[in-house]
Write a protein that binds this ligand. Structure first.
Ligand SMILES: [Zn+2]
Length: 299
């Protein structure tokens, strides 16, 4: 089962990024479609079902531009990113990726993620971290060059792990309730990869901290770019060494709970008093994939 936001039906057409003056030329073409993004918001229409694009002339002069690729008809797609203060430019039809990502067509959800991730970097990382000079964008908005010290800079991505923990007999799944979620919502355990760590080391450290469990048999399942603020979520299933070790850290995680497949099935159908993460997230995919792979599942 694919993670819908990890598919790429439109063509990023990366080979075009080196074409001199590409973005300026496309800004002068009235056939170009522009996705206007402010922070994590973009215009949507038809009841949040599709993204809304504008013509290049409709964008404020201070926007930062990038080439996003071409749709299946060959029409060029540009990103115009404005700061959070420019949210009025996105208009009253604007919505965040968090709000509408699950209801958009998969290729538009992916385009939205790319636009938010790239747009924030374009707006917020204008100055060279090495020497402090203002940089200029190159590679059609996908890189910056510093004329002060000669360095090249690229959009930063912060890797994180997200993990579903299974029992040794694979009959139960351990999830946690985060203090920030208000009690009813359970999800997988997650944490950022720290400097010098491998993904595997992060999993062992985070699960010991948050859920109190030692784990084995790490199985990579899927990844997902998550633009809050600029993460790449690496999704795993792992097996608990001893199910009785599970206990919440009491700070970030306020409750850990083992769920049967039947209980997860009910929650996925929206029944009962436990809620699970929304369909746009890799956490949802990890939970559903475990549920569907077992007896009584759909797979
Ligand atoms: Zn520099």
């Amino acid at each position: 089962m694919p993670v819908t936001v990890a598919t790429a039906p439109f063509d990023v057409s990366a080979e075009e990024r080196t074409v001199t003056g590409l973005v300026d030329a496309l800004r002068g073409d009235p056939g170009t479609r522009v996705l206007l993004v402010s922070g994590d918001r973009a215009p949507v229409s038809r009841g949040h079902a599709v993204l809304s694009f504008v013509a290049p002339d409709d964008v404020a002069a201070d926007a930062e531009w990038a080439f996003l690729g071409r749709d299946s008809d060959g029409v060029a797609l540009l990103l115009a990113a404005v700061g959070e203060r420019g949210s009025e430019e996105v208009g009253s039809d604007g919505a965040s990726f968090r709000e509408v990502g699950a209801s958009l067509p998969p290729h538009e959800a992916e385009l939205f993620v790319t636009a938010v991730a790239l747009g924030r970097w374009l707006v917020e990382a204008a100055f060279c971290p090495g020497c402090g000079e203002r940089t200029r964008t190159t590679m059609a908005g996908w890189a910056r060059h510093c004329d002060g010290c000669g360095r090249e800079h690229f959009p930063r991505t912060d890797p994180a792990v997200i993990v579903g923990i299974t029992s040794a007999d694979d009959e139960r799944l351990l999830l946690g309730a985060n203090a920030a979620w208000g009690g009813r919502m359970f999800s997988c355990f997650a944490g950022f990869i720290e400097a010098g760590e491998s993904a595997e080391q992060t999993i062992h450290r985070e699960l010991a901290e948050e859920a109190g469990v030692r784990v084995r048999d790490l199985r990579y399942i899927a990844s997902q770019a998550w633009p809050y603020p600029r993460s790449l979520m690496l999704g795993f299933h792992v097996t608990a060494v001893d199910e009785d070790e599970a206990r919440p850290d009491g700070e970030e995680i306020i409750e850990t709970r083992w769920f049967t497949r039947e209980e997860i099935g009910r929650a996925l159908r929206g029944e009962g008093d436990v809620s699970l993460p929304g369909g746009v997230s890799v956490a949802h995919h990890l939970i559903r994939a475990w549920h569907d792979a077992g007896p009584g599942g759909e797979g």
